[in-house]
Design a protein around this ligand. Sequence first.
Ligand code: ATP
Ligand code: MG
Length: 346
Amino acid sequence: MTTPAPAARATPSAPAIEAENLVKKFGDFTAVDGISFSVPTGSVLGLLGPNGSGKTTTIRMMTTLSPPTSGTARVAGYDVLRRPAEVRKAMGLTAQSATVDELLTGRENLRLIGDLYGLPKKSVKARADELLDRFSLTDAATKVAKSYSGGMRRRLDLAASLVAAPPVLFLDEPTTGLDPRSRNELWDVLRDLVRDGTTLLLTTQYLDEADQLADNVIVIDHGKVIAEGTPLQLKDRSGAASLVITVSRPEDVDGAARVLAGRIEEYHVDHDSRRITAPSEGVSALAGIASAFSEAGIELDDIGLQRPSLDDVFLSLTGRRAEEPEADASNVGDGRDETTEQEQRA
Ligand SMILES: Nc1ncnc2c1ncn2[C@@H]1O[C@H](COP(=O)(O)OP(=O)(O)OP(=O)(O)O)[C@@H](O)[C@H]1O
Ligand SMILES: [Mg+2]
């Protein structure tokens, strides 16, 4: 074969990020309850969970912002408690809430961070401009961050965490609140970073985001890991694919259901979307069903098998949708002050 080898990924060496039995208690409340994971260098771990499941708390422990109550965490081989300075040098963090200075321009924000890192003046300037370019912010470089749209803000946040070119990046809900186009753009940037060898840990409530980006996913709920695997493994676990049929003409929907009735025991009809879904019986059954429709003169917009989404996975694991808050779940605002944390070390 003469196909060129794909760009080599970072060698499968030591994990870039590791957590062992991490616990975080706030008073009597256990926010993170014994979480362990390991992220190989150059790969992406998605930390998936609904509001209040412990994602941000985990990120804060991993990034030295909040000491674990018990357990250990290492970033780039450095223990977060014993070598916090080295950990900070090796990592970048895009927090859940925006961290840029509203009153500074995009360019000023990036330069400020470079200065804070003590990078040489000349390379700070070059780095800031390179990042502005990479994140399509060059045109907005001289505007104050306050005037940025949500998507631009998020891109500036991410750029800010990359000023020091860290090999390990933590992203807390990087695309929450973005429109689909901005999300897609940000995903592309993240894919580029990973291709260049960055190790990523990202939290998300969007199951399709983990699906798009993550090599491995851990699903957490109430501070505990309730499932882990590749996105594909998690989907397979939640059951078979479904057969999804979209009928072209609304007046054919009932006729289509009659065609199915003789062949499939259980199906669901949604008149509004002209869609019929049923548990799949495989590709060969699909072919038979498709020809039965054409014999009956029923036109279809689409017929195919749909893998379960990670949303379905969460539902099958917890009995509720990830976006659905539990009745008693109170969402914590982002304005938490680090210094007010009632931290308890065992
Ligand atoms: N400083 C704190 N003091 C007391 N309780 C806290 C503190 N920080 C977090 N918690 C609690 O810990 C739990 C986990 O919170 P965390 O912010 O880690 O969740 P999350 O998964 O990031 O949620 P979200 O999706 O809303 O960002 C929540 O019940 C929260 O109320
Ligand atoms: Mg959070």
